[in-house]
Design a protein around this ligand. Sequence first.
Ligand code: ADP
Ligand code: MG
Length: 193
Amino acid sequence: MPRRADAPGRGAGAAALPQPDGHWGRDLDAGWLNPAYVALGSNLEDPRAQVERAIDALEGLPDSRLVLRSSLYRSRPLGPVEQPDFVNATAGLLTALSPAELLVELQSLESRLGRERPAVRWGPRRIDLDLLVHGAERRDEPGLTLPHPGIADRAFVLVPLAEIAPDLLVPALGRVRALLALVDDSGVERIAP
Ligand code: ADP
Ligand code: MG
């Protein structure tokens, strides 16, 4: 079950937005927040710890608030490269950052968490942070495609995304739960709350 990002380990809870309180908005100075969803993946050097560390680090993003975090999932790798299983998760943010600004932040987080670039496409990686959706944005620019082009055919994205946002309308694609129904999710297994 999805849970409030600021209540780790306190069991299942509804996927509700946090109520304003002393903490809420502390580091947000803009008046307009967009929901944004991020996919996390790792299959090197204790992938589970890498993903947990990355989700925790999302809490420190500027002008943003981590609202939802999925469970962790194990998934079999796709593509031609022989490599270890992945650990995947998704997170939901509210952010005043633009899509380009948020992607820069995610890439700098990847670097800080030790990802070496350029990684082999489809190959093993210590941490991968992809921007799945940013509000209603649709873009196809060199360096930034929104919604992320891999969403519709990646069970390892849709399973954790459906946990935190089953009714999310992915621009141009449809609702997450409907997209999930169209993929084979047999290679994705929940491993931790
Ligand atoms: P992968 O496709 O396996 O995630 P990388 O993480 O190395 O591969 O990303 C390759 C490129 O994808 C990056 O240079 C980045 O600019 C680009 N990219 C385009 N759209 C997005 C997006 N929505 N989220 C993350 N990266 C994106
Ligand atoms: Mg990536």
